[in-house]
Design a protein around this ligand. Structure first.
Ligand code: PGA
Length: 249
């Protein structure tokens, strides 16, 4: 398995007003002393422009949390991948379990959104993850394989792609899988992606997400096959986010 430079992406979800820009400023300052780790912030769409301005020439990346599959049109309330790129984003999260559950997004919808990201020149962060019921029934690896098959578009073979394994039961709960459980899923993802994309699968970074905190980051980020983290709650405060990043180094 190739060792990737790690990526720590912050998913702010529906959090963040203008006042949160001071945290971005602190992240920019702190990130300068954490070389060797890629960072990205995914604020709500209302802040993408303003965060871009705060980031200035910082190496910290910027992402949206969702995009529509179409470029433009009569889709009230939606935002296209092109709009995110135009606002300065380089990434977009697609298929987060909160969108799959709350907005009835199927694997096909997620794949279309990931394709839209490629079209707009964005790097998709495609999320997969099992529910607690599925884990208890022993279905985890089958669920993840099916989500990868349905949500990762064929273009992933020659485009930069990030995939985040986020067990639904670990998101926002303070519960995390054991390192053995994370390693098992990441190994299975590598095998699934390698059998579909061959050598090109090596270019795909595989993040872990779900209750990543400064306290558990070192352990989770050093599991074999984990190329970084998708961080929710702990990405809202610069101090926590930077401690997680430092744990990757
Ligand atoms: P959490 O969220 O870190 O707050 O558990 C992770 C995510 O939903 O991406």
């Amino acid at each position: 398995m190739t060792a990737h430079r790690k990526l720590v992406a912050g998913n702010w979800k529906m959090n963040g007003l203008q006042a949160a820009l001071s945290e971005v400023r602190a992240m920019v300052e702190g990130a300068a002393s954490i070389p060797g780790v890629d960072l990205a912030i995914c604020p709500p769409a209302t802040l993408v422009n303003a965060v871009k301005a705060e980031l200035g020439s910082s190496a910290i990346g910027l992402g949206g949390q969702d995009c529509h599959a179409e470029k433009s049109g009569a889709y009230t309330g939606d935002i296209s991948a092109e709009m995110l790129a135009d606002a300065g984003a380089g990434y977009v999260i697609v298929g987060h379990s909160e969108r799959r559950a709350g907005h009835a997004e199927t694997d096909a919808v997620v794949a279309a959104k990931a394709s839209a990201a490629y079209r707009a020149g964005l790097i998709p962060i495609i999320c997969v993850g099992e529910s607690l019921e599925q884990r208890d029934r022993g279905e985890t690896l089958a669920v993840i394989a099916a989500q990868l098959a349905g949500s990762v578009p064929d273009q992933a073979a020659d485009r930069t792609t990030v995939i985040a394994y986020e067990p639904i039961w670990a998101i926002g709960t303070g519960r995390t899988p054991t390192t053995a459980q994370v390693a098992e899923v990441h190994q299975a993802m590598v095998e699934t992606l390698s059998s579909r994309f061959g050598g090109a699968a090596k270019g795909i970074r595989l993040l872990y997400g779900g209750s990543v905190k400064p306290e558990n980051a070192h352990e989770l980020m050093h599991v074999e096959g984990v190329d970084g983290a998708l961080v929710g709650g702990a990405s809202l405060m610069a101090a926590d986010f930077l401690r997680i990043a430092a744990a990757c180094a």
